[in-house]
Design a protein around this ligand. Sequence first.
Ligand code: ADP
Length: 471
Amino acid sequence: MTKKLKILFVSSEVVPYAKTGGLADVAGALPLALNTLGVDVRIALPKYRGITVEANEDSLGGKVPVYFIENSNYYDREYLYSTPEGDYLDNLERFVFFSQEVLKRTKKENFKPDIIHCNDWQTALIPVYLKTIYSNDEFFKNTKIIFTIHNLAYQGLFEQKEWSKIGLPKELCNIDGLEYYGKINLMKGGLIFSDFITTVSPNYIKEIQTEEYGFGMEGILNSRTDVLKGIINGIDYEIWNPDKDSKIPQNYNIKTLDKKTTNKQHLQTETNMSIGRDIPLIGAIGRLTDQKGWDLIAEVIDEICQKDLQMIILGTGEKKYHKLMDKIAAKYPLKTSINLKFDATLAQKIYAASDMFLMPSKFEPCGLGQLISYRYGSVPVARATGGLKDTITDLTEDPVHGTGFLFQEYTSQELLKTIERALESYKNRRIWRNLQKRIIKANYSWQYSAKEYLKLYHNVTKTLQNPVNVR
Ligand code: ADP
């Protein structure tokens, strides 16, 4: 019998324990899918407030052990990384502690990973520690590091005067190390010291090697093209399932799509919008930031709201967009429902109720909203960037295989035109129903992508010719 591959999956958020965005969805689903493929995978996560597991039940889905890293001073807080006023001031200490403790814990558990799979800046010091201060440690002699970029825009930047908190030699605080324009950049360390780097879609890995999308990291990425790969995210088909979803008023599937409108009517009632099964309902869920295209939405929100449609928005983000949305809610009470909060149950109701799902992102590493909306028969209206471009085919360009509506140029007029195109198609019941059936059939479960990761793990452990050496 071949030896089981051992993977330690490290993430600062994991569904169902803690979530602010897509990273948590991935970290809660990919390890389970790997477990099904026969991998001995374990997860490490900070023990935030609200996580109430007992020592004997700390496993995900009863299958994947979770190492909760405890420190009440650092993690027993209302939010994960920041309050509405800004980032926690001790985020460097919080994630230095997490990274160091993860390595200590895996040793204590005597779990010798073939690969430590790190995710985003919060875990980016792990590769640096492993390849420097742990370089002669027998325990990690055969451990390789994979680093996945879920969003290159958040790099973990800190003042240089904080360097001593990291516990690394001074020499590493230079241009070949973690120094970046006078600051400390944790993500940069992850990109230099990992054995392999992935992103969450094939298109995004190409984009981030350019100045436009590289956020200053394009030089390093260009120097490491032999160890870069984009693997598209999946979603958990058990969690996101309109046929079983207990949070939505009316379950439905591809054969009972007519019932989907019951969810629309429920939501219209619940949110005090006017009731009507034929009014096109556009949903938007996510962070209210420029990345997600909110500057475009802001420019044309009035024009959008004057059309024959309804909009339901769920998200939190920049204050200026909160203010704008409050105004819109007051101006169009029957046509809009504005929900400036994080609410997982309402999210499910919106996916189930909406006819269209809006994602006009400036950049989008993968995007999960479009995949979830497929599952619920809600048609994405999105900008052709990153993972959105990989997963959506424009219906006007390809009426046979189309799965949504895409625009290229990042302008509010293009967004508006694309919404208009979607509304036109919506009027034709036959076209719309065929489109819904097509997107519900699209398969973005983890089955495929977990196998891609497994292949990569095998390649990295067996055939990597030039692992990163200590500098
Ligand atoms: P991000 O860049 O924020 O990670 P993704 O599209 O990859 O964006 O994933 C966003 C995930 O977070 C989806 O599961 C989405 O439904 C969820 N989500 C985002 N904002 C909210 C919110 N305010 N309430 C509930 N769920 C949310």
